[in-house]
Design a protein around this ligand. Structure first.
Ligand SMILES: [Zn+2]
Length: 260
């Protein structure tokens, strides 16, 4: 069943000790004030220079633990966030990614190492968030083998099961009011502009009661393989998004497409 009225999940990508603090500091107090329980997509061993904005924050891990205690869900966001592989992803939005196309045993080693790094910091990662939406069937097998049964990705309006994993859809990169469906808004504090953070904070205030959490979604939805209607919706949504990204790329030039 597609939920009506709409429900929202908030997801923060690229969290790591060297992330840009200023934009994160704009939304964190709002999340805490409103009791919103986001997905925290944490890079366990960041080596991506695009995510090295500041000296490592000594409080970073404690603040992630505090949010998790308050109901946020920690997600494993890749391993080192180095997108050196060219492989076809199950969510085909980028040419390069960290995982898609990498051999399965390496993927499994990275997932295992990433999970143990997050656990060593006292976190309890339950969800997979692929850098640049890049993951393939081998990733799904490796996740299952390492005990991760849920991922955040896909362009449907409801959670579903595919490849033995529960997919909780992620379809928005900025807030948008919706009538029905479950919508995950993905935010990149490292590259967001102040106006975008302010718009997100205003959206959270307007829709605070419509925000849900991974724990609630897992308890409330009956998750199955997609039926034909929603499968078609997903295909069309993918084509639409690919076309709009292609257009943006042509208009802006090849740099600065950091959507995912
Ligand atoms: Zn990322």
């Amino acid at each position: 069943m597609i939920p009506e009225p709409a429900q929202y999940l908030l997801r923060f990508d690229d969290l790591c000790p060297t992330m840009r603090q200023s934009q994160w500091a704009r939304v964190l107090p709002v999340i805490e004030e409103l009791g919103i329980r986001p997905i925290l997509a944490v890079v366990p061993d960041n080596q991506d220079r695009d995510l090295q904005h500041e000296a490592a924050d000594p409080e970073f891990w404690a603040s992630m633990r505090r949010l998790e205690t308050a109901g946020a869900t920690t997600a494993l966001h890749g391993f080192q966030h180095l997108c050196n592989s060219v492989g076809k992803s199950l969510v085909p939005l980028h040419e390069r990614s960290e995982f898609a196309g990498v051999d399965e045993s390496t993927q499994r080693q990275w997932i295992r190492a990433g999970l143990s790094m997050l656990r060593e910091q006292g976190l309890n990662p339950k969800v997979w968030v692929a850098p640049r939406h890049g993951f393939d069937r081998a990733t799904l097998r490796a996740l299952r083998a390492e005990g991760i049964k849920v991922l955040s990705d896909g362009l449907t309006r409801i959670p579903f099961r595919r490849g033995g994993v529960t997919w909780i859809p992620q379809q928005l990169w900025e807030p948008a009011e919706k009538r029905l469906g479950l919508w995950t808004i993905c935010t990149h504090c490292n590259s967001a502009r102040t106006a975008e953070m302010e718009a997100l904070a205003a959206f959270m205030r307007r829709n605070a009661r419509s925000f849900t959490s991974i724990d609630r979604v897992m308890a409330e939805f009956e998750v199955r393989e997609l039926e034909a209607g929603e499968w078609m919706y997903e295909r069309f949504a993918t084509l639409r998004l690919q076309a709009s990204r292609m257009k943006k790329r042509l208009l802006r030039g090849p740099r600065r497409m950091r959507l995912g």
